[in-house]
Ligand binder design. Structure first.
Ligand code: S3P
Length: 170
């Protein structure tokens, strides 16, 4: 019996939509870390970054993750940068199975093309920027228990693939 399924991955890899479907299939609660932060703070991620800064956001993100992961039987989708702090990665590993969603820089850029809700890509949304950030974060994402390539797959395909892994005990 697994405690939680925790989805990690870069912005635009489909964590929230896949997480929601996966939770329904498992009969687990779905929890979106960014959505909890927005509700708690009463302001958008953009507003938190612009008025309080990234460092503040990371502190709130870590504290909220810790609180959420005290519960079990949930699918938790995390923000793309939640893996940066070592203590967050330790927390995730202890609280369940960590699933990393992988997508090519091209498909990430395509999915985020018309998005203005990602403060870290607002000023320079280019293939180079996405590639650079992916490279910087690869060592954190690679610590996951399971890595799923989402390229060319729909939400159903990816959820099914994750369920197959979980059935086989990762
Ligand atoms: C971030 C990703 C975002 C959000 C914030 C920072 C990141 O979440 O937490 O803008 O550092 O990659 P999504 O991955 O859900 O876009």
């Amino acid at each position: 019996m697994i405690m939680n399924v925790i989805l990690t991955g870069f912005m635009g890899t489909g964590k929230s939509s896949i997480g929601r479907l996966l939770a329904a299939r498992l009969g687990y609660r779905f929890c979106d870390l960014d959505a909890v932060i927005v509700e708690q703070e009463g302001r958008s991620i953009n507003e938190i970054f612009s008025s309080a800064g990234e460092e503040y956001f990371r502190e709130v993100e870590s504290a909220t993750l810790q609180r959420i992961l005290q519960q079990a039987s949930q699918v938790v989708s995390t923000g793309g940068g939640a893996v940066i702090m070592q203590k967050n990665r330790d927390l995730m590993r202890k609280a369940g199975v960590v699933v990393n969603l992988v997508a090519s820089p091209q498909s990430i850029l395509r999915r985020l093309q018309n998005d203005d809700q990602r403060p870290l890509l607002r000023d320079s949304k280019s293939l180079e920027q996405v590639e650079k950030m992916l490279l910087e974060r690869e060592r954190f994402y690679s610590e996951a228990d399971i890595r799923i390539d989402t390229n060319g797959k729909n939400v159903e395909d990816v959820a099914r693939e994750i369920l197959n892994h979980l059935d086989r005990g990762v």
